[in-house]
Design a protein around this ligand. Structure first.
Ligand SMILES: Cc1cc2nc3c(=O)[nH]c(=O)nc-3n(C[C@H](O)[C@H](O)[C@H](O)COP(=O)(O)O)c2cc1C
Length: 180
């Protein structure tokens, strides 16, 4: 089994695409193929000590799922199913997609919901990311001037995605024991 699990929710495929971009950088022993969180069981998730979670922010600053008017179940419903997973001893990094021009008051809010879910269950969160280079008013995902995970905007800054991914993966490499 691969050392690192990577799980995403996605409505139009952008967060899935980023998961694939991340996986492409690593071999199969290091990282599993990305899996949609709506098809993931608690046992499957609990099998990994190293996890990367990806989510878009939907609705008004919400995780994707039926409450945010998404067509399919996603993180919202998955978190109920996964609520008994013990994250003690697990290292988790989160990336989140959003659109800072259309949603400047709830930019990538969903990152914080996943962050809280993991931290409330004992997990170690890594991969906080500077807010420099983004233009928005407020985000629930900012603490001490940093996003609590990697913020990506494929709607208005897609040209920055690769460089941001490279830098963020280098940042989390020591915690994830990544060969970078
Ligand atoms: C109905 C709708 C609501 C959205 N709400 C937010 C939001 O509150 N905050 C934000 O940063 N982005 C918001 N977005 C932008 C998405 O997060 C962004 O387009 C993302 O890349 C979609 O990723 P996906 O293709 O993986 O679903 C919203 C997009 C849509 C269509």
């Amino acid at each position: 089994m691969a050392r690192i699990g990577i799980f995403f929710g996605s409505t139009t495929g952008k967060t899935r695409k980023v998961a694939k971009l991340i996986k492409k950088r690593f071999d199969d022993e290091t990282m599993a193929d990305p899996k949609n969180i709506n098809k993931t069981s608690a046992d499957e998730l609990a099998a990994y000590d190293f996890l990367i979670f990806g989510t878009p922010t939907m609705g008004e600053g919400q995780l994707p799922g039926l409450s945010a008017d998404c067509e399919e179940e996603s993180w919202e419903e998955a978190l109920l199913r996964l609520s008994d997973v013990d994250f003690n001893g697990k290292t988790v990094a989160i990336y989140g997609l959003g659109d800072q021009e259309t949603y400047p008051n709830e930019f990538v809010d969903g990152i914080m919901e996943l962050h809280d879910f993991v931290s409330e269950r004992g997990g170690t969160l890594v991969g906080a990311w500077p807010t420099d280079g983004y233009t928005f008013n407020t985000s629930q995902s900012v603490v001490d001037d940093q996003f609590v995970g990697l913020a990506l905007d494929l709607d208005t800054q897609s040209n920055l995605t690769d460089a941001r991914l490279d830098a963020w993966l280098k940042l989390i490499a020591p915690d994830f024991k990544l060969p970078l």
